[in-house]
Structure formats: C-alpha cells, structure tokens
Design a protein around this ligand. Structure first.
Ligand code: PXG
Length: 284
C-alpha cells in the first residue's frame, strides 16, 4: 500500500506529495522538523516531540498555523490513515512558498506529515557495535542556528556524515566550538567510565534528544549512576563503553573511535542492559 502523506490538510499518494520550488524550506533550509517513532500502534513520546517542534519554530520566528493539540490530532490521524503499527513519522514545518529573496514575510507555512519506516544502521551492527570517527566539522555555534533547534539546515551534519562514510565509518562525533564532545550527526552520545554513565549537557551544543532523556530516565530507575558532564575526545578514547541514542538509531553501541578500541571492543554490559530496558520500555 502506498503511503498517504498529509500536506496542509489533504492526503496525497507518495508520488503526488510535492512542494513548490519557491518553498523556503527547499531554497534556504528555512523550517523545522521532527522524527518520531510509532511502537505497537502508539506515537512514542508524542508530546515531547510536539513541544520540541514548537520550541524550534519559536526560535526561528516561524508561527505554526495550528495549536499543539491540533498538531497531535493531525499526526494521530495520519498514523491511522496509514494503518501503521510500527514505523516512523517525519513531521516537517517549512516556511513555505514565497519569492526568491530570503525575506520570509510573504511565505505561507507548509505542514507535512510523512508516515513511513526508517532504519539508520544495518541490523547486525546492533550486536557488534559501530565504528566512528571524530569529524573535522564542528557542531553549530550556539549563536548561529542553535543546535537545540531541529531545523531543516543539516548541512554541517551531512558533511560530517560524508566524512565518516569516506573514512569507512557510518557515524561521526561532532565537537563544539570549544573542542568539547557534542553529539553525532543524528544521535546523542553517552559513555560509561568506571560504572558511571555520562553524557554532555544541553549547553554543550546538542539537540536535547527525546531518546537521550528517555535513556537517562531508564538509567536512573535502574540505579545506574549517571551525570551530565563535559566530555573531551580524550574521555571518549578512554571510555569503557560508549553508545548512541536517537529516534532513528534507538540505542546502539560504539566499539571503536578514531581506530581506538573502546573497552573490550564489544558492546559493554551497561549498554546491553540499557538496550534491553529501551526495547521493553518503548512498548510498555
Ligand atoms: N542529535 C541530532 C543532531 C539529531 O538530529 C538526535 C540527536 C536524537 O534526538 P531524538 O529526539 O531523536 O532522540 C537527532 C535526531 C534521520 C534522523 O533521518 C535524524 C534524527 C532522528 C531520526 C531520524 O537521520 N535526528
């Protein structure tokens, strides 16, 4: 069955779901988005994603032409329309079509809900762990487009991803402008050192991931010592364990960074435990 894609109030088949070439999302990356999972017929952390979408929109001075509860209803309806039980939702709010200048005042926002599937990394890597590099591209400076805004401008991250794949890896660690560890191209990063779980704080210049916050909750409930901490590349190299979290990635171990083997070179015990808690938790 073809996907039914919702655009400003109407459903379109995948091949007919189109936006204008004058759309400022296309011309300038002017817009915001969310990626959301559907597990067992339920939209996972729906309110958290919608709240972040509205915060991202507010930060770029984009008024979404409906209220958050209305948006949640639109998303629920699109999931039902597509009869999706397990899948992925891409919610996009573009500044919309205007003229060819960057001034957005003539634009009419466009809201798009795509219901589909996603898999970021091959299934076997969820057992063996990923190998990553540190990118030469830094994450956005907080006084440029703040990394907490999930904007349609992912070019920095795309360049880091290209750098990674050219180096034979699937993911890259991005540092911030101070040289501290921020996150990967579409995932947050955690390490374990001497039994303590650590991840960079939001002001390290990261997207404050919904999956990140869920995993922190799971760790705290399971009694795993946790703290937000400024991390350098050195902390990553000498970590006992490392893993990434994200809507697309879920929870995946990292076993090699810049050709340094982490810990035993296998998915570590705390990572394994959190992966199990995650898999059970998203369907609870
Ligand atoms: N950092 C960045 C830069 C992201 O883009 C995350 C962290 C994780 O956040 P969540 O809230 O998802 O736990 C993201 C999420 C894709 C894709 O198509 C990207 C994301 C999510 C889903 C799919 O590559 N980004």
């Amino acid at each position: 069955m073809s996907n039914k894609i919702w655009i400003n109030g109407k459903y379109f088949d995948k091949l007919d779901a189109k936006v204008s070439v004058y759309d400022h999302g296309f011309l300038y990356g002017d817009g915001v988005f969310e990626g959301i999972r559907i597990y067992s017929g339920k939209v996972f952390k729906h309110k958290e994603h919608i709240d972040r979408l509205y915060e991202s929109a507010k930060a770029i001075a984009l008024t979404i032409p409906m209220s958050p509860p209305e948006m949640m209803q639109v998303v629920e309806n699109a999931v039902a329309e597509n009869k999706k039980v397990d899948g992925y939702i891409r919610l996009v709010v573009s500044r919309g079509a205007g003229n060819l200048g960057i001034d957005p005042r003539r634009c009419e926002p466009v809201v798009i809900v795509i219901v589909d599937d996603i898999s970021l990394y091959p299934a076997e890597l969820y057992e063996s762990g990923l190998e990553v590099i540190t990118s030469s591209y830094i994450r956005n400076h907080p006084n440029a487009t703040n990394p907490r805004v999930k904007s349609l401008n992912y070019l920095n991250n795309v360049l880091a991803k290209i750098e990674a794949t050219r180096a034979g890896c699937l993911e890259a660690i991005m540092l911030n402008h101070k040289g501290e560890v921020a996150e990967c191209t579409a995932d947050n990063l955690f390490i374990v050192k001497n039994g303590v779980l650590k991840t960079p704080p939001p002001d390290a210049g990261i997207l404050e991931g919904v999956t990140r916050n869920f995993v922190i909750d799971l760790a705290e409930k399971a009694g795993i010592p946790f703290k937000e901490a400024t991390l350098t590349r050195h902390d990553v190299y000498i970590a006992d364990e490392m893993f990434l979290t994200g809507t697309g990635a879920e929870v995946i171990a990292v076993t090699k960074v810049d050709e340094r083997v982490l810990g035993t070179g296998k998915q570590g015990p705390i990572t394994k435990r959190l992966r199990e808690l995650f898999t059970a938790g998203v369907r609870a």
